[in-house]
Design a protein around this ligand. Sequence first.
Ligand code: SD4
Length: 324
Amino acid sequence: MHRRNFLQLTALSSVVIGTGCMTDNREAKQNISAVIKPVVISTWDHGLPANAEAWKILGNNGSALDAVEAGVRITEADPKVDSVGYGGLPDRDGRVTLDAAIMDHNSRCGAVACLEHIMHPISVARLVMDKTPHWLLVGEGALQFALDNGFKKENLLTDQAKAAWEKWLEKKEYKPRINAENHDTIGMLALDNSGKLAGACTTSGLAYKMHGRVGDSPIVGGGLFVDGDVGAATATGLGESIVRIAAAHLIVELMRQRNSPEQACKLAVERLIQKNPNYKDIQVGFLAINLQGQTGAYALQKGFTYALHTPQGNQLMDAPYLVQ
Ligand code: SD4
């Protein structure tokens, strides 16, 4: 269903969903007739099955934190999604390396970066948050921690991803790629029935990157940020451009200044353009949610879709974008 139709549908119901059409604080305040919850929003079309999984928890009064972890695990295990978990495209040495982060309502955070051989980096990130005094584990240390905690060592390089990498190698470039097309990272944000927020972000990062390269997704404040007093945000797209503006943190701070989620995402895209002279060659998409359950998105270029699940249903939406 298209965004416009979805808006018509929600307009018929008694709640008003913040679509981000609101551009100032007074309007934003006036349009909040009820808190919408639970709500879950996630990047790209594979957000639909991920949202559906999260909804099994949210719809049963479960926690946003459990919901976002369960939701993105669906994408991590899907071999058809070539930018997340199993089936992810490898780095230029043929190694699948994964980044993930999770945050709760109280801004507790856990993350892993450059983790190999583990199907569900998001659950390792959750364990880093819950069971260690640290927030981020990387590489061998992250793998060791996962194995010590019962995770299985697996081969995550599917035949299809291997074939794509071998084809890439034939060009004999062996250059890390900066691209606009490989950006199916899943970022998911949820508000549960008790009014608590959480977020998760998980990715195999840029295809054919240098070994050891880490993007924005596991970086708190870059690809993910949650502040239970305000809202939450997540990012997809070229991590190197996203961290230059600490995008997820910026978006949450813009919501703190009473911008609607969509307006906050749009302002962040504008900032990203200012700071990244190569903005025409890249893609970036942002998602945000606030404590009222209003959601919003904005992209740099055309083509960013996201999935929104409210009590009215699970819908695919086209994000507005800035560069025509
Ligand atoms: C990264 N933001 O590693 C991620 C890329 C992405 O699907 O969105 N990939 O830079």
